[in-house]
Design a protein around this ligand. Sequence first.
Ligand code: ADP
Ligand code: MG
Length: 237
Amino acid sequence: MSPPIVQLEQVRKHYEMGPVVVEALRGVSFVIQPGEYVSIMGPSGCGKSTLLNVLGCLDRPTSGRYWLGGQDVSALDDDALSAIRGSRLGFVFQSYNLIPQLTVLENIEVPLFYQGWPEDRSRERARQMAERVGLGHRLHHRPYELSGGQQQRVAIARALVNDPLLILADEPTGNLDSASGREILELFDELHAQGKTLILVTHDPGVADRAQRTLRMRDGLVESDVRKTAPVTVPTA
Ligand code: ADP
Ligand code: MG
């Protein structure tokens, strides 16, 4: 059996601000299995971004353990964390974070460049990902020539290009109008249907509702962890 994608055990994260210690995470534990689509909700300041930074190997817990795909990543050094981000994780941010000077194709190729893929293979892989998100006809455009929704689709293609174990999205529809936001959520639904594991942070209940499971945070703790149950069909005689 494959290991859980995510296993957190009593993860704490403290920030020292002079004499003051901010406890952003106060003992968070949960497990996410392959193929789950999980949303994380909670009021501003409750620790969502801190948790996403730990899950995304952008930051280490102060204490507690984090296994990603069965590997203990809680105490790895910066270089090892960076290698894991490049090979095992895909990120989608509210502000797209594309490189303005690069074309669609080149932006999607960035993670493969860092992994040392040969150019012809990475070009082909990036082209496939562009097509997968419906941008096969925009390969040589630059971000400023695209709508917000198209830019976010480039970011999703970039997040998929290294075939990550886990996709992390932080308010991915936060900058989009409702129609473009809906398209992005439909794309996430498709990825989920294809077996991808997704974690999405949002303050929007309508967005969170797309996921099969919602973790609600408060004051650095997971306050509730609710899975949707499949609707029950009552047979009609
Ligand atoms: P959320 O994303 O839910 O709004 P955050 O994870 O950003 O919450 O923040 C949780 C708490 O940790 C807040 O009290 C915030 O001020 C504090 N915090 C977050 N990042 C830092 C940091 N780099 N240094 C000091 N305090 C921080
Ligand atoms: Mg935040």
